[in-house]
Design a protein around this ligand. Structure first.
Ligand SMILES: Nc1ncnc2c1ncn2[C@@H]1O[C@H](COP(=O)(O)OP(=O)(O)O)[C@@H](O)[C@H]1O
Ligand SMILES: [Mg+2]
Length: 322
């Protein structure tokens, strides 16, 4: 296991952003910086940590963990639906097919849970039984497994103040955001990916609680883009202790961003206003968690490297581009 000391030492050099003028104009998402080159999108996953749609700080090694995990899953799920990955010339870099993004996030949930506004537990607790146009039975408890996974789509960043907005399948089709045939293709792919992911995670002692998929069209063909089954897009619980804790009414042992959200929630922050500064201990714990989740899922040891890594990344991309 990586030493807390080496995480703290790399803190001043974490990957906040990259600047590679030779690639043209840099575009930034919350976590990724990217360049568009012809029909390719060069995505650099940085160490930026976002939650509640806000950048809270940076976590050493996080960018690599996310990118390596995505690459792992993209390879493993190619037979289910085509994805954007062409190559990964560096642990922080993915060369992708540049797609026309479909502005809907397909959120799949196997459990009723969550602390955010878009979580189904939040609504269920208030007494709602039709949520995202789906009906839920009486008597569900927080963190209970659903009889079958459900899809709760949201707009992608298009909602008020950039926050994602809830949608139902019917609204998506009525508003012509996506046509029925394509939406049903996305549904099928999302459920199949979730099933595949859940099974692999179970074998590795984790529960894939919920996750989000983004799709795009590449030459007219449905393509999975962005990231897949990472701790940023998904929640993971420890399998071994889930049931006994659930029965006692205890929160599951989580292995994901929920840990971070809970840290902020405890300090009264839920995404509005200035966030409290991340404590050093929180950063260390998060870095360790990200690495642990990578190792658990892939069964591989994470190769710790020395910061700074800007030059390494630039070299890798430019020699790939040659
Ligand atoms: N292959 C692709 N083609 C087109 N868009 C993509 C592709 N892969 C990822 N994207 C988009 O690029 C951006 C990646 O940056 P990210 O930091 O993940 O953004 P966000 O803040 O939206 O999560 C996202 O807007 C994502 O939807
Ligand atoms: Mg994203």
């Amino acid at each position: 296991m990586i030493q807390s000391q080496s995480i703290l030492k790399s803190l001043p050099h974490v990957l906040k952003t990259v600047d590679i003028p030779a690639l043209g104009k840099k575009i930034q998402g919350k976590v990724r910086d990217f360049y568009i080159k012809g029909d390719k999108r060069i995505l650099v996953t940085t160490d930026r940590q976002s939650a509640f749609d806000v950048i809270l700080g940076c976590i050493p090694y996080k960018g690599s963990v996310l990118n390596l995990l995505s690459a792992f899953w993209f390879e493993k799920t190619e037979h289910i639906v085509p994805n954007h990955m062409i190559a990964s010339p560096d642990s922080n870099v993915l060369i992708g097919k540049n797609c026309d993004p479909i502005p809907v996030e397909m959120v799949v949930r196997g459990y009723i849970s969550g602390v955010t506004n878009t979580s189904i537990w939040g609504s269920y607790q208030k007494g709602e039984r039709i949520i995202y146009g789906l009906s839920f039975p009486e008597g569900l408890k927080k963190n209970q497994k659903l009889s079958t996974p459900v899809i709760t789509p949201t707009t992608h960043g298009g909602g008020k103040g950039g926050h994602d907005e809830r949608l139902t399948k019917e609204q998506i089709i009525e508003r012509k955001i996506v046509d029925k045939k394509l939406y049903e293709q996305m549904e099928k792919a999302a459920l199949a990916l979730f099933d595949f992911g859940s099974k692999l995670c179970n074998k590795r002692g984790l529960i894939l609680v919920d996750t989000k998929y983004e799709f795009g069209l590449y030459k007219g063909k449905l393509t999975l883009i962005d990231e897949i089954h990472t701790p940023d897009s998904s929640r993971f619980w420890i399998g071994k202790t889930y049931l006994s804790r659930f029965k006692k009414g205890l929160e599951p042992e989580n292995f994901d961003k929920e840990f971070l959200r809970l840290w902020y929630a405890k300090r009264g922050y839920k995404g509005d206003g200035k966030p409290p500064e991340m404590a050093k201990q929180l950063i260390v714990d998060l870095a360790k968690r990200y690495i642990a989740v990578y190792e658990k899922i892939t069964g591989k040891k994470f190769k710790v490297y020395k910061y700074p890594i800007e030059e390494r990344i630039e070299k890798a991309i430019l020699s790939y581009e040659k």
